[in-house]
Design a protein around this ligand. Structure first.
Ligand SMILES: Nc1ncnc2c1ncn2[C@@H]1O[C@H](COP(=O)(O)OP(=O)(O)O)[C@@H](O)[C@H]1O
Ligand SMILES: [Mg+2]
Length: 225
């Protein structure tokens, strides 16, 4: 039942050129399975965000391949990559990346519109997602009036919008108190298990280990098991 949905094959990432070159990732091979939570741990600067961005087709590897749902994306142009990102991924970024001039509800609606949901469904679906993350009462608040935890939960509702099969979250508990952090992790784990999503969490928070099915470690751009 648990199917492979994404694979990186020996991906390398080199930033910069000449003397300023940084080898941020070296030969990283990772698989994502539906229904499971993968945790990527490692110290700051070890390449976690780089790996997550490559998995999410936001960043191209310098060498190596990324295969999403059986398709090697190396040959895809930018337009095709954008369409793959919309279809397969929900992202939770470290800095939330919410639109400040939009309410929590509208931040979720934007994604649903991008994913081509019908006008009639958008409002109801966004309200439903905010309800799932426990934010129904704050749906019409703007980011400036939301706490860190509420912003994070809005970002998670947005990542789940449009029902993508893969959720990628970069340090989703970094700015949260431990109770809110645990709630969010349980939510992500439930999402993986009940809806068969592949969830990847980048973190160095030990709480995340409690919800992960599999943990991999990065050190200086290399994976250790
Ligand atoms: N855009 C970039 N240009 C140059 N170097 C970068 C860039 N992004 C990240 N790096 C470097 O690559 C390494 C890995 O960074 P990153 O993936 O952000 O690690 P982590 O998320 O584990 O903290 C670090 O040495 C970082 O300084
Ligand atoms: Mg990072």
């Amino acid at each position: 039942m648990d199917k492979l949905i994404l694979e990186t094959r020996a991906v390398n990432k080199i930033y910069g050129a000449g003397a300023a070159q940084v080898a941020a990732l070296q030969s990283a091979s990772v698989t994502l399975t539906q229904g499971k939570v993968l945790l990527i741990m490692g110290p700051s600067g070890s390449g976690k965000t780089t790996l997550l961005s490559i998995m999410g087709c936001i960043l191209r590897p310098t060498f190596g391949d990324v295969v999403v749902h059986g398709r090697n994306i190396s040959a895809c142009d930018e337009r095709e990559l954008a369409s793959i990102r919309r279809r397969y991924f929900g992202f939770v970024f470290q800095a939330f990346n919410l639109f400040r001039s939009l309410t929590a509800q509208e931040n979720v609606e934007v994604v649903l519109r991008m994913k081509g949901r019908s006008k009639q469904r958008i409002h109801a679906e966004a309200a439903d997602l905010l309800d799932r993350v426990g934010l129904a009462r704050r749906a019409h608040a703007y980011p400036r009036d939301l706490s860190g935890g509420e912003k994070q939960r809005t970002a998670i509702a947005r990542a789940l919008a449009g029902d993508p099969p893969i959720i990628l979250a970069d340090e989703p508990t970094a700015n949260l108190d431990s109770k809110t952090g645990r709630d969010i992790l349980q939510l992500l784990r439930g999402h993986a298990q009940e809806l068969h999503k592949a969830v990847t969490i980048v973190s160095h928070d030990p709480k995340v280990e409690e919800v992960a099915h599999r943990v991999i470690y990065l050190e200086d751009g290399r994976l250790k098991s």
